[in-house]
Design a protein around this ligand. Structure first.
Ligand code: HEM
Length: 192
């Protein structure tokens, strides 16, 4: 592993996921300390709303909506999904007693980890693309060097494609489990 891999990918990845877990523990502790545990029960709602709002990026990308800059919407996707996941983690940390919510939570965590992996793969693809442009601009480069860079470009974009093939089914699994959990809560309310 070279140094730039560690500083550009491994450390930011661990920080992004680590702060999510740390913020969950702190949030949970604060709710308990101030005797506000009931808030946790409702945090699932804004958490879900934020995650749904974050999906505007996907709608923009798939041309279902036409406003917003894709780059900004992707940043928004990452931030809102992170915040929404935090709310759901705090929500789950307080009263989880059945199997279904646990499964939904695990699916969400896998989804978040996969999203973060995608973010760094995308950043890497961008860096390689920039290198490619520089290689074109810099006519002095030997042919085989340009070839090598083009090869890496292709590989990273290929990687991104493969990542999407994993990320989308994970999102689907999370959506099904999450919706089933929400649906079962509504059923429970009706029959009470
Ligand atoms: C509950 C959590 C999340 C859900 C449900 C979710 C869902 C999705 C979906 C459905 C896509 C596909 C977009 C499309 O091709 O239409 C996507 C892409 C992406 N997500 Fe997430 N995501 C979540 C969390 C995250 C997090 C935490 C990050 C990063 C910090 C992230 C980063 C990305 C990136 C970089 C892409 C790829 C953009 C692209 O290829 O166009 N996601 N996400």
């Amino acid at each position: 592993m070279d140094r730039s891999l560690i500083s550009k990918e491994v450390i930011p990845f661990l920080l992004m996921f680590g702060t999510l877990i740390l913020a969950t523990i702190v949030g949970d502790a604060l709710l308990h300390y101030f005797d506000l545990v009931w808030i946790g029960r409702y945090l699932g709602i804004p958490g879900t709303v934020l995650i749904l709002l974050s999906l505007f990026y996907s709608m923009r990308k798939r041309k279902m909506v036409s406003f917003g800059k894709p780059k900004t919407l992707l940043k928004l996707h990452e931030t809102l999904a992170w915040l929404g996941a935090l709310m759901i983690l705090v929500h789950a940390g307080i009263h989880v007693y059945a199997i279904l919510p646990w499964l939904a939570l695990v699916a969400m965590l896998v989804n978040v980890l996969s999203g973060m992996t995608g973010k760094f793969l995308l950043d890497r693809s961008r860096r390689f693309l920039a290198e490619k442009k520089a290689a074109y601009a810099n006519q002095g480069l030997p042919e085989d060097e340009v070839e090598k860079r083009l090869f890496w470009d292709a590989t990273t974009f290929e990687l991104m494609k493969k990542w999407r093939a994993v990320h989308l089914p994970i999102t689907l699994a999370f959506a099904v489990l999450g919706l089933t959990h929400i649906f079962s809560i509504f059923l429970f309310w009706q029959w009470k």
